[in-house]
Design a protein around this ligand. Structure first.
Ligand code: HEM
Ligand SMILES: *[C@@H]1O[C@H](CO)[C@@H](O)[C@H](O)[C@H]1NC(C)=O
Ligand SMILES: *[C@@H]1O[C@H](CO)[C@@H](O)[C@H](O)[C@H]1NC(C)=O
Length: 491
């Protein structure tokens, strides 16, 4: 009895020593980081037990909790993977521009079951090839062409808001809108789908997000187990299947259309055509579908959430809303909003940038170091993950005076030189930044301008500290936010 107990203890010690031996270089590095060994690391589970300690079931609230008690930078372990968490713009600059730091951190593996073959997760040469290919879908000639589509959709939104007035869940409401606006503009797919089906794809994308939250913080739960045995997982599997069928149907239509028309190229190819082209080489249909789903997903809740936060913040800051209104009336007046107007809507753009500063919809980035990376004051060993908390970079008082104040004037042209490089990274930065930055900004700008021109927005929230945030891939408030629209009397 006693002997077997000794044996067990001995084995555990040996296992731990082996773990320490194998991870010696990471432990040594972690020791040099200011907040070093505060959380003991355990083999297999790393430091994921602190999500239990802190009661935070998601990345953003965990980061906020650690920031409050320890500050940046700090160490975490995701299973056996060492992660260095930073909010220093100088380090951000090195990481995002380093050619040996373009691959995603193991933290993203949880999403492999949906996005494995898509541009967001592919690695090295495959990524370089895809990036070069899909950049063509974001040329400025295509963007110019899409502004009309965005404007058209924003008019439908204005009509809809006249009767809705107070969306029950402003986030979901805006997400749906973004799915529809972008699906038509960027993939061309929704022309072949009924509005019901487009809505369904939108809902599927949004529901999957909700359901996989629990997957991210628990490294020991494999997606396969989750998808096959857990009720929530089974639901995800079913929804993924449905979404796939719909996308397959849209792709079928498109293929036929392309066969009939030999020359459909006017302003360049839309994203779906690019996905199909890519399929000719080395993507089977399933891989095309993953690619389409990624674009649909990258273009829906990111832009949708940004719109929702913008509306709420404008509702909370009436003077700022009036300035947007005045600008829109001066630049556009009552006519249609066109691509020529966009560069002149400077204050409107500043409002969107400031919203994204306070609420970066994707709050963290994670990269894998494929060689030792010199961060200036320290050399982070090969095999570690670098995690950038966009959220904390953008609220750092060192770079943003009075960081919790909603002050769009920070982004006015005359003030932009004061902004520290790499302290505003809501669209990421460097080699693997957001491909849809210009599209996203344009769509949001057109929509905000058109909505503010037609409505007064109101919200009862007093300060942004009231919002409890939660994140999976993207960040949302935990509770519904108050946001109301009442028709403006035209001057
Ligand atoms: C407000 C809107 C948006 C925000 C805040 C945003 C933000 C981001 C961020 C932070 C990343 C980096 C993710 C990472 O490294 O883990 C990213 C990547 C990406 N985004 Fe966006 N995005 C937005 C809209 C869009 C739109 C409209 C599209 C396309 C139609 C798009 C397509 C992509 C793609 C393809 C990537 C992956 C690029 C690569 O890995 O090479 N995004 N986005
Ligand atoms: C938007 O486009 C559709 C189809 O081209 C058209 O029927 C509709 O009238 C347009 N809506 C607005 C508000 O321009
Ligand atoms: C930005 O510039 C304006 C003047 O154009 C000034 O009033 C404002 O205080 C500046 N804001 C910041 C944050 O620098």
């Amino acid at each position: 009895m006693i002997i077997s107990l000794y044996l067990i203890v001995f084995c555990m010690c040996a296992f731990y020593l082996h773990f320490v031996y194998r991870n010696w270089q990471y432990l040594k590095f972690a020791w040099q980081v200011k907040n070093g060994f505060w959380y003991p690391v355990l083999p297999l589970v790393g430091t994921s037990y602190i999500s239990l300690l802190s009661g935070s079931k998601n990345i953003i609230s965990l980061m906020q909790w650690i920031d409050k008690i320890k500050g940046f930078p700090f160490n975490l372990w995701y299973g056996d993977t060492y992660m260095y968490i930073t909010k220093d713009p100088k380090e951000v600059k090195t990481i995002v521009n380093h050619p040996k730091c373009v691959n995603k951190a193991p933290l993203y593996d949880k999403f492999r079951f949906i996005f494995e073959h898509s541009i967001i997760l592919v690695q090295d040469e495959t990524w370089r090839k895809q990036r070069k290919h899909f950049v063509m879908g974001f040329k400025s000639s295509i963007l110019k062409n899409n502004i009309y589509i965005y404007y058209n959709h924003s008019c439908q939104l204005v009509e809809d808001l006249k009767s809705v007035k107070m969306p029950k869940d402003i986030f979901r409401y805006c997400d749906r809108y973004a799915v529809q606006s972008f699906f038509l503009g960027n993939t061309g797919i929704s022309q072949y789908l009924s509005s019901n089906e487009v809505e369904k794809v939108g809902d599927v994308i949004l529901d999957i997000q909700d359901l996989i939250k629990s997957l991210v913080v628990t490294p020991f739960l494999s997606p396969k187990l989750f998808l096959t045995y857990f009720p929530a997982g089974k639901k995800v599997t079913k929804m993924l299947q449905e979404a796939k069928e719909i996308v397959r149907y849209g792709i079928g239509h498109k293929k036929n259309l392309l066969k009939e028309q030999s020359e459909y190229l006017e302003n360049g190819k839309d994203l779906l055509e690019l996905c199909l082209d890519y399929g000719k080489d080395d993507l089977d249909d399933n891989k095309i579908i993953q690619q389409v789903e990624l674009f649909a997903s990258a273009a829906s809740d990111t832009a949708g959430h940004t719109l929702a936060f913008t509306f709420v913040l404008l509702g909370m800051h009436q003077e700022i809303q009036e300035k947007v209104y005045e600008e829109v009336m001066e630049v556009v007046g009552d006519k249609d909003i066109t691509h020529q107007d966009l560069p002149n809507l400077k204050y409107t753009e500043a409002v969107i940038c400031e919203t994204l500063r306070l609420f970066p919809i994707i709050p963290t980035l994670g990269r894998r170091c494929d060689e030792d990376i010199n961060l200036g004051t320290k050399i982070i060993p090969k095999g570690s993950s670098c995690i950038i908390s966009i959220f904390h970079v953008q609220r750092d008082p060192k770079y943003w005076p009075d960081p919790l104040k909603f002050d769009p004037s920070r982004f006015l042209p005359e003030n932009q030189s004061k902004i520290n490089q790499f302290s505003w990274i809501g669209f990421s930065a460097g080699l693997r930044d957001c491909l849809g930055k210009a599209q996203g900004l344009a769509m949001i700008k057109v929509t905000v301008a058109n909505v503010v021109r037609n409505f007064k927005i109101a919200s009862d929230h007093k300060s942004i500290e009231e919002f409890t945030l939660t994140s999976c891939l993207t960040m949302t408030p935990k509770e519904n936010l108050d946001c109301r629209f009442s028709a403006r009397e035209k001057l």
